[in-house]
Design a protein around this ligand. Structure first.
Ligand SMILES: C[S@@+](CC[C@H](N)C(=O)[O-])C[C@H]1O[C@@H](n2cnc3c(N)ncnc32)[C@H](O)[C@@H]1O
Length: 322
């Protein structure tokens, strides 16, 4: 595949082999790994109503481009690229994007890192003709970030930018705070490096009543298939593949909690054996900024798509210096 080497963290397979309790499996793996899960995710991300559809929310794309436009880096490391198209539109914008919003020079190297072999292959296919991708890394960066960063450090040179886009940080199984702190530690060991993260926001008008993800009706058919399949895989249900979308409402419950320190409103999708299949976090902008200052990163750039007191949701983009 376009001369890209695939480097796999062997602890992924050891972990799978040793797992008897399905609750201990990585939910990220159930959500994104395997051909069917990959196709389900691409269906979700291709829906016209997907919040990161560039036609729906151009402000988010403008903020991302503005953040990296004058930023120096040689290596762009994508933690969780999905199908890679969000990175592509940032690094090699379509012709309709104004010249003033373009970066002068694309990175010398692009490295995708993902738990899903299939999404890595899709990313390499989508970006490999535009950017040099010497290798791709398959690992669980929530549980073995060190594998990801040390592989990149050994095999590349120059200043690195680690991106986590698409609200991925808001879906982690683990807490986002410890993850960002370990990212900071790893990046400090690498010399000059940056983290580029987007954070879904709860806008000023957000309330529990206005939160669609607390109701079955807040999930599109594609999103239901994505969650149902992951739940079946993580649950090791023998007939998981046959579960129909119509069972979605009876199979899952939806819970909310708040984390005042980081400003996160957390929504959990829980299946019928009590497993959290997916979490969404929506951050409160002002609390998030204060909290980011306490992570130890320096905030180089911060922009939010929220523009009115009537906004329910938004997306913040932060460029953080290690
Ligand atoms: C919400 S999708 C976002 C994809 C892409 N950034 C976008 O904006 O469309 C999350 C991505 O991160 C990957 N991912 C999630 N958790 C992961 C983990 N713990 N380790 C490695 N990859 C993970 C998924 O496989 C998927 O590609």
């Amino acid at each position: 595949m376009l001369n890209t080497r695939f480097i796999v963290d062997s602890s992924l397979t050891t972990r799978r082999a040793g797992t008897e309790d399905p609750k201990k499996r990585s939910v990220a793996e159930a959500l994104y790994s395997g051909k069917r899960a990959k196709n389900n995710w691409i269906d979700v991300a291709s829906e016209p109503d997907y919040p990161l559809n560039p036609d729906k929310t151009p402000a988010i794309f403008q903020h991302r481009r503005a953040a990296i436009q004058r930023t120096e880096f040689d290596v762009y490391v994508s933690l969780g690229p999905g199908d890679g198209l969000q990175d592509l539109s940032l690094l090699i914008p379509e012709p309709k994007v104004a010249q003033a919003q373009r970066r002068l020079r694309p990175p010398k190297t692009y490295i995708p890192i993902d738990i899903s072999k299939e999404l890595l292959q899709t990313t390499v296919r989508n970006l490999g003709t535009h950017l040099p991708i010497p290798f791709a890394v398959q690992c669980d960066f929530e549980s073995n970030l060190e594998f990801a960063t040390s592989t990149v450090a050994q095999a590349t040179s120059g200043k690195k930018l680690y991106s986590i886009l698409g609200g991925t940080i808001a879906n982690f199984d683990l807490e986002h705070g410890p993850f960002l702190r370990s990212l900071l530690r790893e990046l400090q060991g690498e010399g000059e490096a940056l983290a580029f993260v987007d954070f879904p926001l709860a806008g000023p008008a957000w309330s529990l009543q206005s939160e669609p993800r607390l109701q079955p009706s807040g999930y599109s058919p594609a999103f239901r298939r994505f969650i149902l399949h992951a739940s079946a895989v993580a649950n090791t249900e023998p007939n998981g593949r046959q579960i129909r979308e119509s069972r979605f409402a009876s199979k899952f419950t939806f819970e909310h909690s708040s984390q005042p320190r980081s400003g996160a409103e957390i929504i959990r999708v829980i299946n019928d054996i009590g497993m959290v299949v997916l979490e969404f976090r929506r951050f409160r902008e002002n609390v998030l900024i204060d909290w980011l200052k306490h992570t130890g990163f320096t905030i180089e750039h911060f922009a939010s798509s929220i523009s009115s007191n009537r906004d329910l949701f938004g997306m913040a983009i932060a460029l953080l210096k290690a």
